[in-house]
Design a protein around this ligand. Structure first.
Ligand code: GLN
Length: 315
């Protein structure tokens, strides 16, 4: 059964584009079988510069077909409705404009969690799980106050809280709209009772010694490099979360200068870094009087995290 114009308008408003945009896609698919739609979509994605077009066509199809799977719908065409075809066209059209898949689907897996993602936050990256692992292996399990500066979607904060029931977390972000996403994710993950959020610039609004553990994935891309990144990142992710200034280190200078004040004696910090920033960020930490500084690599073998402590305390 064809959908009325009202439904189409609702979708259009929700996705922020003109309902006419995805119509040609829907028309092209009208006479095709589900298998042919799948290959057509894969080809269009690849032609748009998305190398994993085949996989992404499958993700998009599974998304609109849920709770049925693509495999089930291929075997039973009745499981693929006109309404789902229209939704597929709407989502595919956005992806063909190089909107990140996470933003098109509205969520992204990170650690053991499934997090809501919008254009207001950086999509959680698998590389960032290196930071979560580093903190879990360095920190004890005792009650701790965890602070995440530039929390974005809340990914790091919530992953750590999910592993450490005795910890409480504070996520800080300059962006109010990011904080809406982060606090929604705290609810979504059942962690809202241990996660608070605060609008502010890095640690500026925090009291002395307010963190037992401080983590951050600040913007670290060299401003000039940003323009050469994939359109998904360059055009659709928040520059606030990516742009690290002329040498990529602006945010580290600001955060690291404040770390001895923010951490309790012996308190742990972990900062995500770009693959070539290990030496520079370690030097900033050293200059700030921090101790036990080490660089950890991600699964690809690239330097990804600088970790260390404020001196003092019993460890
Ligand atoms: N790793 C991210 C990227 O390469 C950058 C994250 C950041 O600047 N904190 O897109």
């Amino acid at each position: 059964m064809a959908r009325g114009p009202f439904d189409t308008l609702v979708d259009a408003a929700r996705f922020g584009f003109d309902a006419a945009d995805h119509k040609p896609l829907l028309e092209a698919w009208q006479a095709l079988s589900l298998a042919d739609i799948r290959s057509d979509l894969a080809e269009r994605l690849i032609a748009a510069g998305i190398d994993e077009g085949g996989d992404e066509a499958r993700f998009l199809l599974n998304h609109v077909l849920a709770p049925a799977s693509l495999a089930q719908a291929l075997a039973d065409p009745a499981l693929f409705s006109w309404q789902q075809a229209e939704r597929l066209a709407a989502l595919s059209w956005r992806r063909l404009q190089r909107v990140p898949l996470s933003q098109v689907l509205g969520s992204q897996p990170f650690w053991t969690l499934d997090l809501a993602v919008t254009a207001d936050v950086l999509t959680p990256r698998a590389d960032t799980e290196t930071l979560v692992e580093a903190v879990l292996s360095e920190a004890g399990v005792d009650a701790a106050r965890l602070v995440d500066l530039g929390t974005g979607s809340g990914a790091i904060l919530l992953a750590l809280l999910s592993e450490r029931p005795g910890w409480n977390g504070l996520g800080v972000d300059l962006s109010d709209s990011a904080l809406i996403v982060a606090s929604g994710n705290a609810e979504r993950c059942g962690l809202a009772n241990r996660a608070r959020f605060l609008q502010g610039r890095w640690g500026a609004g925090l009291a002395d010694a307010s963190a037992d553990i401080l983590v951050s994935n600040p913007p670290y891309i060299v401003a000039d490099v940003l323009a050469g990144l994939a359109p998904e990142v360059r055009d659709h992710e928040p520059a606030l979360a990516l742009d690290g200034g002329a040498d990529g280190l602006d945010a580290y200078r600001e955060i690291i200068r404040d770390l001895p004040r923010l951490l309790v004696p012996g308190g742990l910090f972990a900062l995500e870094i770009g693959y070539d920033q290990g030496a520079a960020v370690s030097a900033l930490a050293q200059a700030s009087g921090l101790v036990g500084i080490a660089v950890k690599a991600d699964l690809a073998g690239h330097d990804r995290v600088v970790i260390g402590r404020r001196s003092g305390g019993d460890r």
